[in-house]
Design a protein. Structure first.
Length: 486
């Protein structure tokens, strides 16, 4: 592991490139040397075969000349017909024949061909002895046909044996070429296999580090700051892991400070509220006894604002505890269609009160997540839609499975959300133009902020998108991975 930490990402890339190129270079060099060796051997064999073929043909030609000269010399044995140079001519042909045999033996022929050459030479000597060894030079006797037949057979045997020898040489050359090709394939395959193994190991190291980085970033994005970030691999990625660990600790400090601040604010609001509420009750009782109408109006206004402050305090406490409750981290398989229908059933009184029509296009979707948070997403979106929808308006809900993620859309016919406010509606306590109108009951401005936190905990996205062409109002889309890590 220390060795891997010493290597940087750049070094691993260069190393992988070198490891990929070296086997190819070695295979090419081996092929080049093999081809050069085969080519040199082929040239040598061709040269030897050419010289041997030329000499063999000369030997066979001289053997045929010997037979003709010997027969001519015997036929011209009559002194009146014989010319003085006949014997010289015969001896010259015979010497040329011997020289051809000697040249053939010098070409390093195999033992079998050498034996046939010697046999041919002995057959020729036998004919010569039969002709020249006659007692009466003026009455030469032609050797029997068996002698010439033996000479021709020896020459034919020599020719066939040489053809076999040539075939054998070229077969060996062909086998050597095939052996070289087979060896090249084996060595090339082994080198490539080694390269693939080394490259695979490098990829495993890199992919493992990248997965660790990806998991760490996803956890940071989801707000999971409990587990320390440790990245193993090249030094560059280890450094990034260390920076992410620093960022995690910084986020933990900020989150702890934020939660503590919100909790303290909620508690600071709660205590004076109790005192103000008691005072308001006392004032209400006194105003009722004194029949003071003006004082009763003041008490009613005071009670409404007290309820608003209590709602803000409760929302603050709830918001501060979103990522602080261990029980909220337990994942379960949730059937979103059933959960959505259960929430809608609870909202029926509100829907009937405003005569709102609900149109749904809902498909069964199973998702792995925290049931309480998934329910909170649906409740907040539906509550916003009911809140801003006009009387006898329409709310459209769509739930579908996109393969790797769930998509939930809630659209109403309210005033909508202007483009310049869409980036801020998910901020805590932000109340847009529509929320500040007299027609809409004021809220603490925490609903969409809580939705954003729940969605982030599931590694999803929540967006304000444009309404359909023939519609108006707010249209909110939530996308959650079906098997996201919490």
């Amino acid at each position: 592991m220390k060795f891997k930490n010493l290597l940087s990402l750049k070094s691993l890339i260069v190393l992988g490139f070198v490891i990929a190129v070296i086997p190819l270079f070695l295979a090419v060099m081996y092929a080049a040397f093999g081809m050069r060796e085969t080519s040199a051997l082929g040239r040598t064999v061709n040269s030897q075969v050419f010289e041997q073929t030329k000499t063999i043909r000369l030997v066979l030609q001289k053997a045929a000349d010997i037979e003709r000269k010997a027969k001519l010399f015997v036929l011209l044995s009559d002194p009146t017909l014989r010319q003085p140079y006949e014997r010289q001519s015969y001896e010259a042909v015979r010497a040329s024949f011997k020289q051809a045999l000697s040249d053939l033996l010098k070409l390093q022929v195999d033992n079998k061909i050498a034996l046939l050459v010697n046999e041919l030479s002995e057959k020729e000597n036998l004919i010569y002895q039969q002709i020249i060894g006659s007692d009466d030079e003026n009455n030469l006797v032609l050797p029997i046909d068996e002698a010439f037949q033996g000479l021709r057979e020896s020459a034919a045997n020599l020719s066939r044996e040489f053809e076999n020898h040539v075939d054998h040489e070229f077969n060996e050359l062909h086998q050597l070429s095939e052996s070289l090709e087979h060896g090249l394939l084996i060595r090339g395959g082994v080198l490539l296999a080694i390269s693939f193994v080394v490259i695979a190991l490098l990829l495993i190291v890199l992919s493992r580090a990248m997965r660790q980085l990806d998991t760490s970033i996803r956890r940071l994005g989801a707000g999971d700051l409990t587990e320390a970030i440790v990245v193993e691999g090249p030094s560059d990625l280890v450094y990034l892991g260390n920076r992410l660990e620093w960022l995690r600790t910084h986020f933990m400090e900020l989150e702890a400070s934020k939660q503590q601040f919100i909790h303290n604010v909620a508690r600071e609001i709660e205590q004076p509220l109790e005192s103000i509420e008691k005072s308001a009750e006392q004032m209400a009782n006194e105003a009722e006894l004194d029949a003071n109408t003006r004082q009763q109006d003041i008490v009613r206004i005071l009670s409404v604002n007290i309820e608003k402050l209590k709602a803000v305090s409760e929302e603050l406490v709830r918001y501060s505890q979103i990522n602080a409750q261990p029980a909220m981290k337990r994942k379960q398989t949730v059937e979103m269609k059933e959960l959505l229908e259960a929430v809608i059933e609870e909202f029926q009184p509100l829907l009937h009160a405003k005569s709102i029509i609900l149109r749904m296009l809902v498909r069964p979707v199973e998702i792995s997540g925290v049931p309480e948070q998934l329910r909170g997403i649906v409740e907040q979106l539906l509550a916003n839609a009911v809140k801003y929808s006009p009387t006898e308006g329409e709310i459209r809900i769509m739930l579908r499975d996109l393969g790797s993620q769930m998509e939930l859309e809630v659209e109403d016919e309210g005033p909508g959300i202007p483009l310049d406010e869409r980036a801020h509606v998910f901020e805590p306590f932000y109340r847009g133009t529509a929320a500040q109108s007299d027609e809409t009951p004021a809220g603490p401005g925490m609903g969409l902020a809580i939705v954003k936190e729940f969605v982030a905990n599931h590694q999803g996205n929540v967006d304000i998108i444009d309404s359909r062409q023939d519609q108006h109002g707010a249209r909110i889309r939530v996308q959650l991975p079906l098997n996201g890590e919490i």
